[in-house]
Design a protein. Structure first.
Length: 149
């Protein structure tokens, strides 16, 4: 049984463009559970946090102002990207690290594909498009909603 994620820090990313907005980036770690639900040492924690930070940096540089969520799981050789406001907290674009190399190009392609599924521009952030996608598709509002195909 997994444990609750522990917040390690919260950083404010100040707006850099006219019409932009400040964001709070929360860094969390979820410790693995042992066979009796005890907290186990996670030898992957530092690597996971560093890679998730790198993933976030790549996505924010390519697609600024979007509220990305990046998770790196070295133990299970997986990485996950999502926009939780639209996709909910349990839906991700999963990247299998045993079959794919984690590159900036792969992340940019995954992030762009998610934006396109929600009919949002890959270019500049458009608040109208984002609010429209949230109204039509947000899994936070209606958890049964699917990610658009």
């Amino acid at each position: 049984m997994p444990h609750d994620a522990v917040t390690l820090r919260e950083d404010v990313v100040e707006k850099v463009t006219h019409g932009g907005h400040d964001m709070v980036v929360r860094t969390q770690h979820e410790a693995p559970a042992g066979p009796n639900s005890e907290v186990e040492h996670d030898p992957f924690a530092s690597m996971d946090l560093a890679n998730a930070k790198w993933m976030m940096g790549v996505l924010l540089k390519a697609y600024p102002l979007r509220p990305w969520r990046c998770v790196y799981d070295g133990r299970n050789k997986m990485a996950y990207v999502s926009i939780p406001i639209l996709m909910g907290v349990n839906k991700f674009w999963a990247i299998n690290l045993t079959t794919d190399d984690m590159t900036a190009a792969l992340l940019i392609r995954c992030g762009g594909a998610l934006l396109e599924r929600y009919s949002m521009s890959r270019q500049r952030f458009n608040l109208g498009q984002f609010l429209d996608a949230r109204e039509k598709h947000s899994a936070l509002v209606v958890p049964s909603r699917k990610v658009p195909a």
